[in-house]
Design a protein around this ligand. Structure first.
Ligand SMILES: Nc1ncnc2c1ncn2[C@@H]1O[C@H](COP(=O)(O)OP(=O)(O)O)[C@@H](O)[C@H]1O
Ligand SMILES: [Mg+2]
Length: 381
């Protein structure tokens, strides 16, 4: 529910959130859910790393409800590798909500998002079972050792049993954090699916910026980029505490990369400035540099030109184009102003009131009567 164009705002009003917390789960027909679940588990099982479809992102029938409000309604949408694809629509159309689903922030009410043919985001299936899995081995071992202890009445066996029980619990918890292959397979076998969280999406190669700037205002530009890099760094806490050679090497490399990225987005020489002291347009560029720091292959940009004047806007579009040609990035761009994206998009999808009303080349979309109506209001008849 953004205000006028140019006023960045993707935070819902408090009363909307409160209402969301109070409402019951949505009434979706059971058979739809079952079908959905089967499809999700099937694609989750085929852990095809490199997809065969040539699609870096594939959203299928995505719906998101907030209580009674349908913010995104049955939207399907694909992003081919290497393309610049735009999602446009008037304020309140559901663009940011859709974005947040892709980024792993919201679970969709139904539908799913696949990254390179692998389902990453969907409504959770039997997620409650996973914590049971964490404690089950420890409970079983604990029970068996309790029985043995009771029979043998030996303190040594008692200690041993307690140690093995604890080890089982710790092992399962560590597995849940590290998620090795056997653990993932076990989840699938039990029919458990949990959506990827934002950090999983970053690991899967998806970087993003926010509609309202979310920089660390009291950190320097360089530090902001370094924060975006942390997921790629390998040095451990121990390395950091003792400033080991590995830590020093990694830190030097990270700083060099941060500088490269700042140069790339047109912020040469401002690495030492506090983010809050940068002009607005530069803060937006810094957001892009930070998103690039995690080395994404798909970059999601939520209204990167919001609040910019026409000159800054066209510079930003030039930068986005450069990211594709120089870094080979695939880009999904959100924008409410249709004119902004027309020059650089390969494909454009138009949302209105949560629904996809058009999809095509910029020219096709621009001439579509439904799009014209959504932007200009219904024609007088
Ligand atoms: N967390 C939320 N809780 C409740 N309603 C929300 C939430 N986020 C967005 N909405 C509502 O969903 C609709 C779509 O919003 P949004 O996705 O921000 O649109 P856009 O980005 O296209 O301007 C709006 O009516 C908005 O108020
Ligand atoms: Mg928005």
């Amino acid at each position: 529910m953004s205000g006028q164009p140019g006023v960045p705002d993707d935070t819902p009003p408090v009363e909307v959130l409160a209402e969301k917390a109070l409402v019951e789960p949505e009434d979706i027909p059971r058979e739809v859910l079952a079908e959905d679940a089967a499809a999700v588990l099937a694609t989750a099982a085929s852990s095809a790393e490199a997809g065969t479809s040539g699609l870096i992102l594939n959203a299928t029938n995505v719906t998101k409800r907030f209580g009674g409000l349908i913010a995104v309604n049955d939207v399907s949408f694909t992003v081919p590798e290497g393309a610049i694809v735009s999602l446009i629509g008037p304020n309140g159309a559901g663009k940011t909500t859709f974005f947040n689903i892709i980024a792993g922030i919201y679970d969709p009410t139904s539908g799913r998002i696949a990254v390179r043919d692998r389902t990453m985001v969907a409504r959770p299936i039997r997620a409650w079972l996973e914590p049971v899995l964490w404690v089950a081995p420890a409970v079983v071992v604990g029970l068996i050792s309790a029985i043995v202890v009771a029979a043998a009445n030996s303190e040594t066996i008692g200690f041993l049993g307690a140690a093995v029980t604890l080890a089982a619990l710790v092992a399962m918890l560590l597995s849940a954090i590290a998620r090795p292959d056997w653990y993932q397979r076990l989840l699938l076998r039990l029919g458990i699916f949990r959506s990827a969280r934002p950090n999983d999406m970053v690991k899967a190669g998806i970087g993003r910026t926010f509609q309202n700037i979310r920089l660390f205002q009291n950190m320097t530009a360089e530090e902001n980029v370094l924060v975006g890099m942390h997921i790629k760094l390998k040095a451990t806490l121990i390395d950091a505490m003792f400033s080991t050679p590995r830590n020093q090497r990694e830190e030097a490399a990270a700083r060099a990369r941060a500088e490269e990225l700042l140069n790339l987005v047109g912020l040469r020489g401002v690495g030492g400035e506090l983010a809050k002291n940068l002009p607005y347009g530069d803060q937006r560029r810094l957001e892009v540099a930070r998103a690039l720091a995690s080395d994404p292959s798909l970059l999601l940009l939520d209204e990167p030109a919001a609040g910019m004047n026409p000159r800054e806007t066209s510079d930003m579009m030039a930068l986005i184009n450069k990211l594709r040609t120089e870094l080979g990035l695939t880009i999904l761009l959100i924008e409410h102003d249709m004119k902004v994206v027309m020059g650089i998009s390969d494909r454009v999808t138009v949302l209105d009131h949560g629904e996809r009303i058009a999809e095509g080349t910029p020219d096709e979309v621009r001439r579509d009567p439904r799009v014209i109506e959504a932007y200009l209001g219904a024609p007088a008849s």
